[in-house]
Design a protein around this ligand. Structure first.
Ligand SMILES: *[C@@H]1O[C@H](CO)[C@@H](O)[C@H](O)[C@H]1NC(C)=O
Ligand SMILES: *[C@@H]1O[C@H](CO)[C@@H](O)[C@H](O)[C@H]1NC(C)=O
Ligand SMILES: *[C@@H]1O[C@H](CO)[C@@H](O)[C@H](O)[C@H]1NC(C)=O
Ligand SMILES: *[C@@H]1O[C@H](CO)[C@@H](O)[C@H](O)[C@H]1NC(C)=O
Ligand SMILES: *[C@@H]1O[C@H](CO)[C@@H](O)[C@H](O)[C@H]1NC(C)=O
Ligand SMILES: *[C@@H]1O[C@H](CO)[C@@H](O)[C@H](O)[C@H]1NC(C)=O
Length: 626
């Protein structure tokens, strides 16, 4: 009897669910692929997606609405964003979803502006972010972890992040549940990395189990068969990506080989391109972008502009690439996008808007405007403390050979390695390293004697070294590799260090976190290398966006009101100024801190140690000859 009742109740519930599900269908709220009409179908109607990428983690939250309104004003009907695992689980088991990391808020704001949302959950995203958005601590768990594969040591951590944290937050934001999310991406350009179908099928099932069977899943891969071969996931809709100059027919033919019917979609159409320190600023002419976009839309294809607005890799979150050489990405993610790094509507924006108007109706809304830029002028700085004094308050770890950033639980910043030379040396003695990730400053008894750099593969330096001297190597991470096979990119001194033929042992390792420097206290050891400098400046009235000029400074990191603006390196270029969003400024006194790794401006009498806030951004400065 009991069993019978239970079954009856169960049947009733199932029927109720079916009724609710069909009500849902009746009242719309469905987003699918229509294989008969070769289109995306929203509530049963064909829709051409004109979407733009904006990453919430690259825009200060006080500007989210502004940037979303500018996307909508250009006629776009969808927003696309990545979710960055590393930002949300910065240390294993520690979660962050507030402020700049509150994607719920970002997605709801997009909905308020009338935008649909395409969500890219990774877990790997590339995006020119440190380790492609994967948390650095994966490499502490297991340095040889086979990232982006079905390696159980990797997958169990992905499962926990998706099932217990990310997907429960996304589910209520799905279109079928009343939210704006219409599509969810599986991995990211997986076909250019691996071919582990078990891995991508596992991600598909994870997404379906936690977002429901109805959710429209898709993949993005380069527009050629070779990428799609390993990127295509069964039961997941395959799309392609490409920029201007690509043969449209061929790129979409590649998609058609894998999706014989359904909408054509370029899910990453590049309106510009990324930069590297030391290489000229990338640009793509506005007219060729709008013309090419026109030719894509004319086919009835859907597209997503990657990126519509790039923003800034605030903090120490920029990644790097491994081409023929190591190439670190700068702080600016301007990308020559339609909206500039500071959110300005460029000529490219206007041209794109005119093209979109041919296919979708432009919204009637108050036209958005460029933000006001202020020139707050010169700010005098004074020495605050040296790195070495500051680091005395931090724990040091002894080890036989140097430890990596990851094994010291350090996301980003520098590690100070020290040892004492306890044998008789030659003159000179050749100090050699297997690898230095990514730059090393070599000191003997506190005097700078050499520079090591991954970008130039400079791993050896002849030194005047004597028995009993203290060798110090300060190693800076320039951002973990974000693309390709080199993403297991441990930072620090890698492998044995030798002086002549003798391996140096007995190191002390001091990890120095630099995104948040609230732990630093002043000291009076002015004049030594690697100094922190501070100053204050006053703002009357409502703060405006501004740009930090660091002329005369060499390489380092800048903070305003303890918000880490990112790395500067004007002597390498092309980026000369750092974007300072109004949202981190306040009326009255504001503080600035600079950490200079190499050489600060001359502070002798008659000269000022200073920086300046200007109203002009410069990201296309000169770069060295290759
Ligand atoms: C994120 O934003 C939503 C919507 O504005 C809000 O309800 C929620 O409390 C925020 N979450 C956090 C952790 O701040
Ligand atoms: C694009 O590719 C197609 C098919 O391979 C070819 O017929 C066509 O000429 C190409 N178009 C351009 C502009 O190269
Ligand atoms: C907005 O800024 C862009 C880029 O700086 C500039 O090209 C454009 O003319 C500005 N628009 C207005 C109305 O000032
Ligand atoms: C290692 O270095 C420490 C500090 O310089 C020193 O006290 C110790 O004797 C050294 N140990 C060995 C085995 O060389
Ligand atoms: C820096 O860390 C301190 C201590 O954990 C915290 O109170 C502060 O809010 C952090 N500052 C920023 C800008 O995140
Ligand atoms: C140094 O700063 C003071 C105060 O801002 C200014 O008057 C002076 O012109 C500056 N000197 C130089 C050499 O820039």
């Amino acid at each position: 009897m009991k069993l019978f009742q239970h079954n009856g109740l169960h049947l009733f519930c199932v029927q109720l669910l079916i009724t609710l599900a069909s009500l849902n269908q009746v009242f719309g709220r469905s987003f699918t692929v229509d294989y008969d009409q070769n289109c995306f179908s929203k509530d049963g109607e064909c829709v051409q997606l004109v979407s733009g990428s904006i990453h919430y983690f690259r825009v200060h939250p006080s500007d989210w609405t502004d940037r979303l309104q500018k996307l909508r004003f250009a006629g776009f009907n969808a927003l696309e964003t990545y979710i960055e695992w590393a930002s949300h689980e910065p240390e294993k088991g520690t979660y962050e979803f507030s402020g700049m990391y509150n994607f719920t808020d970002f997605v709801l704001k997009a909905q308020q502006e009338g935008l649909m949302v395409i969500m890219r959950t990774g877990p790997f995203i590339d995006a020119e972010r440190d380790m492609g958005g994967l948390p650095y601590w994966l490499l502490a768990e297991n340095p040889d972890m086979k990232l982006r594969t079905s390696d159980p040591s990797y997958l169990s951590l992905v499962d926990n992040w998706f099932a217990n944290h990310l997907l429960p937050k996304l589910r209520p934001l799905l279109y079928s549940e009343g939210g704006p999310i219409i599509m969810v991406q599986v991995e990211n350009e997986y076909g250019s990395y691996g071919c582990d179908y078990e891995y991508t099928a596992h991600l598909r099932e994870l997404l379906k189990n936690h977002l429901g069977d109805q959710v429209l899943l898709y993949t993005t891969d380069g527009g050629s068969t070779s990428y799609l071969k390993c990127g295509k996931v069964q039961e997941v809709y395959a799309t392609v990506d490409f920029g201007t100059g690509t043969n449209l027919t061929e790129a979409f033919r590649a998609q058609r080989l894998f999706e014989p019917r359904g909408p054509l979609m370029n899910s990453e159409f590049y309106p510009g391109w990324l930069d590297h320190w030391g290489s000229p600023h990338s640009t793509v002419p506005a007219k060729s972008v709008s013309d090419f976009m026109d030719s894509i839309l004319a086919l009835g294809a859907s597209l997503n502009v990657y990126v519509f607005h790039g923003g800034t890799s605030f903090g120490l979150t920029a990644g790097s690439n491994l081409g023929d050489v190591f190439q670190a990405c700068p702080t600016s993610y301007d990308y020559d996008a339609p909206l500039s790094e500071a959110g300005d509507m460029t000529e490219k924006y206007e041209r794109i808007r005119a093209v979109v108007a041919k296919y979708l109706s432009l919204p009637s809304m108050t036209p958005p405007t460029n933000s006001t830029k202020a020139a707050y002028g010169e700010v005098l700085l004074s020495p605050h403390t040296s790195l070495f004094s500051a680091a005395q308050t931090l724990p040091s770890v002894p080890s036989d050979s140097p430890k990596t950033f990851e094994s010291l639980a350090l996301f980003n910043g520098v590690v100070i390695y020290e040892t004492v030379i306890d044998f008789m040396t030659t003159d000179p003695a050749l100090l050699s390293f297997k690898a230095v990730n990514d730059r090393g400053y070599v000191y003997l008894d506190g005097v700078l004697v050499g520079l090591l750099a991954r970008q130039q593969e400079a791993y050896q330096v002849p030194v005047f070294a004597r028995q009993g001297q203290k060798l110090t190597v300060v190693v800076e991470s320039q951002g973990r590799v974000c693309y390709g096979s080199g993403i297991n990119d441990a930072k620090g001194l890698i492998g044995p260090v030798k002086l002549g033929s003798t391996e140096l042992r007995n190191w002390t390792n001091t990890a120095v976190p630099l995104t948040n420097i609230s732990w630093i206290t002043p000291s009076d050891d002015a004049g030594s290398a690697m100094m922190f400098y501070t100053g204050t400046f006053s703002i009357t009235g409502t703060p405006s966006d501004t740009f930090l000029r660091v002329d005369g400074w060499t390489k380092g990191i800048a903070w305003v009101n303890d918000f880490c603006l990112g790395r500067y390196w004007p002597i390498m270029g092309p980026q000369q100024t750092l974007y300072v969003p109004h949202g981190i400024l306040k009326t009255g006194d504001n503080s600035i801190t600079i950490f200079e790794l190499e050489s600060a401006p001359d502070g002798s009498p008659g000269h000022n140690i200073s920086v300046a806030f200007t109203n002009v951004h410069q990201i296309n400065g000169p770069t060295p000859d290759p």
